[in-house]
Write a protein that binds this ligand. Sequence first.
Ligand code: BG6
Length: 490
Amino acid sequence: MGNKKVTPFPQGFLWGGALAANQVEGGWNKGGKGLSVQDVQAYKPHVDQKNLAAHVKVSLPQLLEAAKETDDTYFPKRRGVDFYHRYPQDLALFAEMGFQVLRVSISWPRLYPTGMETQPNPEGIAFYHRLFQEMRKRGIKPLITLAHYEMPLALALEWNGWTDRRVIDLFVRFCETCYKEYGQYTDLWLSFNEIDSCIRHPFTTAGIIPELCGEEGELGACYQALHHQFVAAAMVTKMLREMVPGAKMGCMLTKLTTYPRTCAPDDMIATQARELENLSYADIMVFGEYPRLILRRIEKKGITIRMEPEDEGILREGTVDYVSFSYYMSMTESVDPNAERTPGNTVLGVKNPYLESSEWGWQVDPVGLRYSLVELYDRYKKPLFIVENGLGARDTLEADGSIHDPYRIEYFRRHFEEMAKAIDDGVELIGFTSWGPIDIISASSNQMSKRYGFIYVDQDDLGKGSLERYRKDSFYWYKKVIETNGADLD
Ligand code: BG6
């Protein structure tokens, strides 16, 4: 008894995992679902998997062609890992690990196939009732993301996605349906996943197609679309409070913590610019207004965002209750044009000599998580929720069905230790959901072989495999972490 470890995590801390409908469900043409922007995202085996630009590039002819395709071999997000049919089994495995919370997203085109219908698709509605009822049975609370990179394709093709203000009303209608139907299952909600990502992958985040952007150009279209998303997010935040009393809405930021490569003042200025840009997205949703410095930066790019007179009030009235974020890696910045660069989460940063990188070049930095937690809490003074974190790696399924992934255990252990330090620093951290607790399709590369899970799924990049699920070594380790509320990280 004497050496029983004491947990640094508060009582009621929520442990679990996070998924996105488009990466996990499959069933792309089942139950009346419409095509989403993800269903036309092709897996490209011969492009450099570290070259983000090659992955996010879309063109109108190619999208129209993809929309006609009925085979899913090269469109992995159409098949996901068949969560659409296998969710009871998967939830049983999550429950076995002791999950208290599971972050899932609701596919907009499953409820509104083109986004423009006035009534939701009953089969889509019924699917999420089944899912949430099963979660309830297992004692797992849903944390629901309303928009995780999956707008109806029709809205992209016909209106150039979120650049068109009319999309706000359609999204509000979708959210109203979600609250009415599923408000009974949870009090935890998120509006837009990584709202900042619009600039990095305009098509999957906001349905923006280069050929459909007018004089404002693609970057101008991105800022316009972002503005519409901020307004929509504020509207549905206010609506959540009215329709689901006691429910809480969070914002969701890709936390791209950046250090100066050297202490040269110019490196510091370049780093500060990156940091402020990254934080500005959460600033708008927490403080209810655009930071002046960011407005100036947009203006200097020659971009004018069209805003309606009522927008200011809408943003002010729809601020969030908590701040959530994804954290995988950190970057450094330098003004030296020859500084060696390395990919991160849909970004390219300067290489940090003190850090090791994953196979995909992402720089693993647990201490950066503590830094980020302290920075975010000090800035916003709102409860924080880490809703994505994890290591994408190649795993080997052994002949006896075991998977030995000490690298993943090590990654999480080191991040949990830093979370504990941040809590000790005084940060109010309310939960942690690991990214992809079961192997899923990669958002950026459409690969299956980039695996994050505690549970292995037998499927390769081209969809071959039994789809059987296997427990990895990390499965048992995470189970113990949850059981002891983070006291036992050995
Ligand atoms: C986050 C996204 O940015 O990173 C997820 O919200 C994504 O959808 C995750 O899957 C990991 O990225 P990737 O490209 O390795 O799947």
